[in-house]
Design a binder for this molecule. Structure first.
Ligand SMILES: [Zn+2]
Length: 394
């Protein structure tokens, strides 16, 4: 435990999460995992919907209760079934009925979701929202049909929404449904490929392949980035509210929604950081750690100097600017920091960031909750300054 008061997160924005389909009763576990690492930064509010928890989404195309009931009925009357009537037409009939009656479950799921979302929106400002898989469809449907459904930043992972959604919704003469939208696209994810190919089987035209190929739209609406750690090539000339970020992995859940992914990609996005600056900043921390482990102290010194002159993208200030600001705030009479205090501030910030990422990867990390607060770099910096002062560095 640091011999200091804990680092404090000044304000926690609200984040709603929506899970996708489940399999054999499991599904949506990522919501707790993400909250376990980002819960020190945001207030989480999870939406659960239980109508697609068992068959991994097959029930979006065929209603399983109809299939089971009619085959059960056939099994029951089989002893008296006339031998001159072939059963194949009955099989076809069962699947046709199951196909048309899939809309009943779909309506129930939609109502369940919308009621829960409505309760979470009423009386609050627009929250952030993270949705996965079927949750992306439910979220985008709410944004399409309900003007009341307004959000700050929205993250869609493994999206099964139609590629035209943004073009149609943003061009409509209504308030835009969110400030910014991040669509995490993975063309090798088998589930989004299925959604792309078999969209016509699903019970609403809003289903489609934006998780496979990204959202369509003009350059003032949608930008596409080929790797999530790269800067957007188009934002330098014209910003856009929607970004397709392409990932090269094959995951639908798993690594796409795990704690590391949330800490590296979702946290800076929700804090409105510049992704390139944040990525550069983290890469300097990683290189400094390598030099530290290899006991290459010349390289370590170089990396820490580089870190000091870098920005992590929350505003444009460098680490040194932020350290100077906090030292002036905390030292008596608003004194500026000495060179030794600044050096110590850089080292303590570097250590706090390393520990915060150690805490993400290890659920038994000592004082985990304390270090998870330092995932927000501005919190790590203030904590580092407090440490430098408490250690009596002059
Ligand atoms: Zn852009």
């Amino acid at each position: 435990m640091p011999s200091l008061p804990s680092p404090e997160v000044p304000w926690k924005p609200r984040v709603i999460t929506v899970h996708g389909v489940g399999c054999l009763g499991f599904g949506g576990e990522w919501q707790e995992k993400v909250e376990s690492v980002l819960g020190e930064q945001f207030v989480f509010d999870h939406i659960r919907h239980g109508y697609y928890r068992w068959l991994a989404g097959v029930d979006l195309a065929f209603e399983p209760v109809v299939v089971l009931a009619l085959f059960g009925l056939w099994w029951w009357i089989r002893p008296v079934w006339p031998h001159d009537i072939r059963p194949e037409p009955l099989v076809v009939l069962v699947f046709v009925l199951a196909y048309y009656l899939r809309t009943v479950r779909h309506k129930l799921a939609w109502w369940s979701f919308w009621n829960q979302l409505f309760d979470r929106l009423i009386g609050h400002g627009p929250p952030h929202l993270i949705a996965h898989s079927l949750g992306t469809y439910l979220t985008c449907r709410a944004m399409t049909e309900k003007d009341f459904a307004r959000f700050d930043h929205v993250i869609l992972a493994g999206s099964v929404v139609n590629e035209e959604f943004c073009e149609q919704r943003w061009i409509a003469s209504r308030p835009t449904p969110c400030q910014n939208l991040r669509n995490e696209v993975a063309p090798r994810d088998p589930v989004v490929i299925i959604a792309f190919l078999f969209r016509k089987l699903f019970p609403n035209r809003l289903f489609g392949g934006s998780g496979y190929s990204g959202f369509a739209g003009g350059p003032n609406l949608v930008h596409t980035v080929n790797a999530p750690e790269l800067p957007c090539p188009s934002c330098s000339s014209m910003t856009a509210p929607i970004h397709n970020l392409f990932y090269r992995h094959v995951y639908h859940g798993g690594k796409l929604t795990d704690a590391n992914h949330a800490a590296i990609y979702w946290l800076p996005y929700l804090l409105a950081s510049n992704p390139q600056l944040f990525s550069n900043f983290l890469s300097i921390v990683v290189k400094a750690k390598e030099a530290d482990v290899n006991r290459d102290f010349v390289d370590l010194r170089f990396r820490l100097l580089s870190l000091r002159k870098s920005s992590w993208g929350e505003g444009s200030q460098t680490l040194e600017d932020a350290l100077r600001h906090h030292f002036r705030k905390l030292l008596p009479y608003g004194r500026p920091p000495t060179a030794s205090q600044l050096d110590a501030g850089v080292i303590f910030t570097y250590q706090a960031i390393l520990k915060s990422h150690g805490a993400v990867e290890n659920s038994n990390y000592p004082d985990r909750q304390v270090w998870l607060r330092c995932l927000r770099t501005s919190v790590a910096v203030e904590f580092a300054v407090r440490q430098a002062i408490a250690h009596g560095i002059r």
